[in-house]
Design a protein around this ligand. Structure first.
Ligand code: ZN
Length: 460
């Protein structure tokens, strides 16, 4: 291997890899990698000359000529950066052009080098244009073992269904499997009709990658930039009759039975998008326990109310039995399940899902007992936090303890939403951060408060 190493001793358990070209449509992966490099301290650790893995017809070296003399000639290379996480061990970022030949040999060489540096876990980042709308955030994932599957589900990723041309990622995944390295391939889905990068998807992708690596990147600048861009996109769609028709056709195809309309398609949630756009009903702010759902409930027919209650009771029972992670295989009346069929009740799907998860968390963790305190402290230790809590500090409302408690409740809801994304025919994945960006912040805060208040009440 023709590799030049700049660091004394490269050691990292995880690596993020990226190949430019075909597997990185829309510039999204480059953007994500650049955001990571800006947010964390990263230094170039090694460079791998790609030798016979590139071909002149696929990639030309970059030359710089000044005053009739060659100043520099850049050969294709795969560069590795060593990055520090806010807490925890460093990880590697590796990027270069997608090789033009000998994918098998390239992948094995790459994996063996990563292993030599101590890597046990590799995340491949890719982006593709797809039939998704500009305010959808979808990351799909290819996994190869149970732990990878759990990580993908907890991070709110969809499991990929795809048939078509392969990227280098598939070859790297195969090599990783035979080398005993866990490998997840993450794909951000971009709306095919945008020719500008989407900050919304970039923010979501960055958070997903952060979650896999155990830190929370700051994405507020991306969200702010997106708010401006979104208004421009929507007015240009309105002005463009052809595009409006195309989007309408996407909506039609969604109604056709799965999977005929498109074997590798995403589910396009056009109805939701149209409802959000055209029906700007104000979100009712919960005032007390008789909050949002209670007000939503007032609009339900007795049949809808009974379906809603059946759904909540079903998932509470699943949670009581501690079987939430396998909620997709538990027998229930699917025709009366509002998670399987959100269209059965006139409540936004996110609100249904959040309510189900809130009641499930309250069932699973009803009070502040020794178990709960021990679990919180081991979570805090795992996150590299120095704070520790006790039953007394929580119930007395000490500031630091309450902050940690809130954080725990939020994570519990986020994990619940991730686990719920395997349920039913729709398998919807909701992300708290994304929902916040879409104006659900107050509802989420109230649900976090509801979980904590219930736990407190049961502990006094
Ligand atoms: Zn169901």
């Amino acid at each position: 291997m023709n590799i030049e190493v700049f660091s004394d001793s490269i050691r990292a358990r995880s690596a993020i890899l990226h190949s430019s070209g075909w597997p990185a449509a829309g510039g999204l992966v480059e953007r994500t990698i650049n955001e990571l490099k800006t947010a964390l301290s990263c230094k170039k650790a090694a460079v791998w000359g790609l030798d016979h893995y590139w071909r002149i017809d696929a990639y030309r070296p970059h030359v710089q000529v000044r005053n009739g003399q060659i100043k520099s000639l850049e050969w294709p290379e795969f560069a590795f950066f060593e990055c520090s996480r806010p807490s925890g061990e460093p990880f590697l970022i590796g990027s270069g052009p997608e090789p033009a030949s000998f994918w098998g040999a390239f992948s094995v060489e790459l994996l063996r080098q990563l292993k030599a540096w101590g890597c046990h876990e590799v995340f491949l980042l890719g982006s593709m244009l797809d039939e998704v709308l500009h305010d959808e955030t979808i990351v799909s994932c290819i996994v190869q073992d149970e732990r990878g599957w759990n990580m993908a589900v907890e991070a709110g990723c969809e499991l990929t269904d795809y048939e078509g041309p392969a990227a280098i990622h598939s070859a790297v995944m195969q090599a990783a499997e035979s080398e005993g390295v866990r490998c997840l391939s993450l794909w951000a889905h971009l709306p095919f009709y945008l020719n500008e990068p989407s900050e919304l998807v970039a923010a979501h992708f960055l958070r997903t990658v952060g979650r896999m690596l155990g830190f929370k990147p700051n994405v507020s600048h991306l969200v702010a930039a997106w708010k401006e861009r979104r208004a421009r996109i929507e007015s240009s769609i309105e002005e463009n009759g052809e595009l409006s028709q195309t989007l309408e056709a996407m909506k039609q195809r969604k109604r056709e039975p799965w999977p005929e309309h498109r074997p590798a398609a995403k589910i396009v949630r056009m109805e939701e998008y149209l409802r959000r756009r055209h029906d700007h009903a104000p979100h009712l702010e919960p005032e007390d326990d008789e909050g949002e759902e209670a007000q939503e409930m007032n609009k339900l027919t007795p049949e809808q109310e009974s379906i809603f209650n059946y759904t909540i009771d079903h998932f509470k029972e699943v949670s009581r039995q501690n079987r939430f992670p396998e909620n997709n295989i538990i027998d229930h009346d699917e025709s009366r399940c509002a998670v399987c069929h959100p269209e059965l009740v006139p409540i936004e799907p996110f609100v249904i899902y959040l309510e189900v998860v809130t009641q499930a968390v309250k069932m699973r963790r009803p009070s502040v007992d020794d178990d709960f305190v021990e679990m919180m402290n081991s979570d805090l230790a795992a996150m590299g936090e120095e704070t520790r809590v006790s039953r007394e500090s929580l119930l007395a409302g000490e500031e630091e303890a309450v902050e940690a408690w809130k954080e725990w409740a939020r994570d519990a809801l986020a994990t619940g939403l991730g686990l719920l994304s395997i349920h039913g025919p729709e398998k919807r994945a909701f992300d708290l951060d994304d929902a916040e960006d879409e104006g659900m912040g107050e509802l989420i805060e109230s649900k976090i408060g509801e979980v904590m208040a219930a736990q407190k009440k049961n502990s006094l």
